[in-house]
Design a protein around this ligand. Structure first.
Ligand code: TM7
Ligand code: ZN
Length: 260
């Protein structure tokens, strides 16, 4: 079976052939239209709480179509739209070949240069990510927009400074110093949109409660260049760029906002 990707012959428009759920009713990403979101005070009565721990030796790898950090420590979230406690499993990014594109969610039709995803699974109900991945209440993913500024993002710098060491597919390294993923979150995590969706890559399981923060994090152009220098395969293979799925219809879903 041809492996899925983001090219003309294996990209998002072709995924439905091997993954019929791609045509489902709770697919991600979506275009976020703030005026269409319903402000829900229930989200603030039980505020979203993040309890992340430092990773002693965080593993950073290049699986071929993104860059991913695998989490071992107990880093958990709860509250907001979530029932129970969700445990951080991994984080990764989606980015463009140029600053005009790259994010998966869009804001009033606008794309950001990149989007960071922190993937959590429902540890209250399920014993592993693998068990939770295809359950309707299995996962919760933070979506964080990246925007360009003249200063590098300090939290991401520990990663972008060593991306050259995972330039090729299946390479992995350990980030030595204690790395706490909390440094990746925007300052204000009380303003977000939430809706029921899916993984944005095959198998596209409709198992994700999405939490997309209104406040972007700021990265430098050099940091974007570091992401764009990652390769899909071995030396000489194509760069990993434009690894984003375009938005799908919201359909009958309710987009909720934690703020006015
Ligand atoms: C589990 C997982 C989630 C997302 S959003 C992704 O892109 C890949 O894998
Ligand atoms: Zn993702």
């Amino acid at each position: 079976m041809a492996t899925w990707g983001y090219g003309n012959d294996n990209g998002p428009a072709t995924w439905v052939k091997s993954f019929p759920v791609a045509a489902g009713t709770r697919q991600s990403p979506i275009d976020i239209v703030p005026t269409a979101a319903k402000c829900d005070t229930k989200l603030t009565e039980n505020p979203l709480t993040v309890n992340y721990s430092p990773e002693p030796a965080m593993e950073l790898c290049n699986p071929g179509l993104s860059v991913k950090a695998n989490i071992k420590s107990k880093s958990v979230i709860k509250g907001g739209p979530l029932e129970g406690e969700y445990k951080l499993e991994q984080f990764h990014l989606h980015w463009g070949s140029a600053d005009k594109q790259g994010s998966e969610h869009t804001l009033n039709g606008k794309m950001f240069p990149a989007e960071l995803h922190l993937v959590h699974y429902n540890a209250t109900k399920y014993s592993s990510f693998g068990e939770a991945v295809d359950k309707p209440d299995g996962l919760a993913v933070f979506g964080i927009f990246l925007k360009i500024s003249d200063k590098p993002h300090q939290g991401l710098k520990s990663l972008t400074d060593v991306l050259s060491e995972v330039q090729y597919k299946d390479k992995s390294i350990n980030i030595k110093q204690e790395y706490n993923p909390v440094c990746l979150l925007p300052d204000n995590i009380n303003k977000y949109w939430t809706y029921l969706g899916s993984l944005t890559t095959p198998p596209l399981c409709e198992s994700v409660t999405w939490i997309v923060f209104e406040e972007p994090i700021e990265v430098s152009e050099d940091q974007m260049k570091a992401f764009r220098a990652l390769c899909c395969g071995e030396c000489g293979s194509a760069p990993i760029v434009d690894n984003y799925r375009p938005p799908l219809p919201l359909g009958n879903r309710q987009l909720r906002a934690s703020f006015q």
